[in-house]
Design a protein. Structure first.
Lengths: 378, 94
């Protein structure tokens, strides 16, 4: 056989192997996660259950390395949301997981977790509920606490009263905002954080029977009118709460997380934002990721997006996993999951599963995102 | 077996071993990540980056390499068989 034919045939075989083998090796868990197979979802949950137990121990002994601040707040919130979603999907797990949902949600509400916001405003959010200052970051634990209440977790009455008062303050602030935005930090509003506010208000309504429809409908209208960049469908990452002027460009990371939070409040709006994220998918060899910047915009990575490589970001890709599952896009989910599996280094260890590069916050986020769906508003 | 083939086999074996060892190290290093704000230490970040590079090599490099080498070997063998002198037929007279 001529040498040239041998080389061409061998190169063809190599190309075929490259096209099919990596996707087969990394995609086998994607279907299980998408279908909510408890052998994988509960294994990932177990890793976070163990994390919360270790964190409780560190807190009891007042370890100098105990986990506090913004990342801790998000970690405990996402553990609570992820486990709550699993309780809704697998009611037989509720008895075992609900106490951990309640514990994680309460921890995310602790004063030391919001010190970063207190420092930025020079006041504690819960001590100034009558003010017009937004303090939208506190919607993250408020949403987690709402999910715990929705599932009937036995929570401290004082905490429930604080939660009710915070939601009432958010409702009042949102109704008086001409842009549908309230500030996270002085002079800065993030549509993503305000989507968390809307989610928290909606879940509070589902848990307590309070009617919040007026504020939620108004918020959804203003998101479409003022916060979405029409050509791309992405929301602006940062804006002025009073004048609605963009302080940053439309981005995938903010849109992805906003769509996840919007799902708790308004399924139609969440789907519109999700479709925008799906339109910004870049794929190769069965792997895909989501663009951080809309067409015509560019920039580098930051604390919101994580690293941006070849125009796609870690955060936008992770958040879109939730949207793909919640809105029935198995194809997108599978491609995105392969990327998460490779870069996250998914590894099973006995009855537990985790992503080795994720750390507690990465695994907590992925638990909530990979199991998204049961929390969606009707 | 040629020297080139032995070197290639050694490189592949070392890559697979490195992948296993680095993944094991990363799995155990992460136990120490519960620092305030979960800031990951530079050492663990470096370990994660090296592990990712090796993992990508294993995942994206080895399958096409194997496919290329196996196809090439098989086709050459088929070609060699065809070109090899066939035993002479015995004539009826023999």
């Amino acid at each position: 056989m001529p040498r040239r034919t041998v080389v061409i045939a061998s190169l063809l075989a190599a190309a075929l192997a490259l096209a099919f083998v990596p996707r087969l090796l990394t995609g086998f868990r994607a279907k299980a996660f998408y279908e909510g197979d408890p052998t994988v979802t509960l294994a990932l949950a177990q890793n976070l259950v163990d994390f919360e137990a270790r964190d409780d121990t560190a807190r009891r002994v007042k370890s100098p390395s105990r986990f506090e601040g913004e990342w801790a707040l998000v970690t405990h919130q996402m553990v609570a949301l992820g486990l709550a979603q699993l309780c809704l999907a697998h009611p037989e797990q509720r008895e075992r997981l609900l106490p951990i949902v309640a514990n994680a949600a309460q921890k995310s509400f602790r004063r030391e977790m919001r010190d970063f916001g207190t420092g930025a405003w020079g006041e504690d959010a819960l001590a100034t509920l009558g003010s017009s200052h937004g303090h939208a970051y506190l919607a993250y634990p408020a949403l987690a606490l709402g999910m715990a209440r929705l599932l009937g977790a036995p929570l401290d009455e004082e905490l429930q009263a604080q939660h009710d008062a915070l939601i009432a303050a958010y409702e009042r602030r949102l109704l008086s905002s001409p842009t549908g935005l309230i500030e996270t930090y002085p002079g800065e509003a993030y549509p993503t954080d305000v989507a968390a506010v809307a989610g928290a208000i909606a879940v509070h309504g589902r848990a307590t029977g309070t009617d919040h429809r007026r504020v939620l409908e108004r918020w959804a209208t203003l998101v479409r009118e003022r916060q979405v960049h029409a050509p791309s469908g992405f929301v602006y990452q940062r804006m002025g709460a009073g004048d609605g002027k963009p302080h940053d460009v439309p981005r995938g990371s903010g849109t992805g997380l906003a769509a996840y939070f919007a799902g708790f409040a308004d399924r139609a709006l969440a789907r519109e934002l999700a479709e925008a994220a799906f339109r910004h998918e870049s794929s190769l060899l069965g792997f895909s990721a989501i663009d951080e910047y809309a067409d015509g915009f560019s920039g580098s990575g930051d604390v919101d997006s994580g690293p941006v490589l070849f125009g796609v970001s870690v955060a936008a890709t992770g958040f879109t996993l939730a949207l793909a599952r919640a809105h029935g896009r198995a194809d997108v989910y599978e491609r995105l999951y392969r990327t998460a599996e490779v870069f996250g280094i998914g590894q099973r260890d006995g009855s537990s599963f985790r992503f080795l590069t994720g750390g507690p916050i990465g695994n907590a986020l992925l638990l909530a995102l990979l199991t998204s769906g049961p929390e969606l508003a009707r | 077996v040629s020297k080139r083939a032995r070197l290639l086999a050694l490189a592949v074996t070392l890559t697979l071993l490195a992948n296993t060892a680095l993944t094991w190290l990363l799995a155990h290093a992460e136990e120490g990540l519960l620092t305030p704000e979960t800031k990951v230490s530079p050492g663990v970040l470096l370990l994660g980056a090296v592990t990712l590079v090796v993992r990508l090599t294993v995942l994206l490099g080895l399958p096409p390499l194997f496919a290329f080498l196996v196809t090439q070997t098989l086709l050459r063998r088929v070609g060699d068989d065809r070109l090899a002198p066939k035993p002479a037929r015995r004539s009826f007279k023999d």
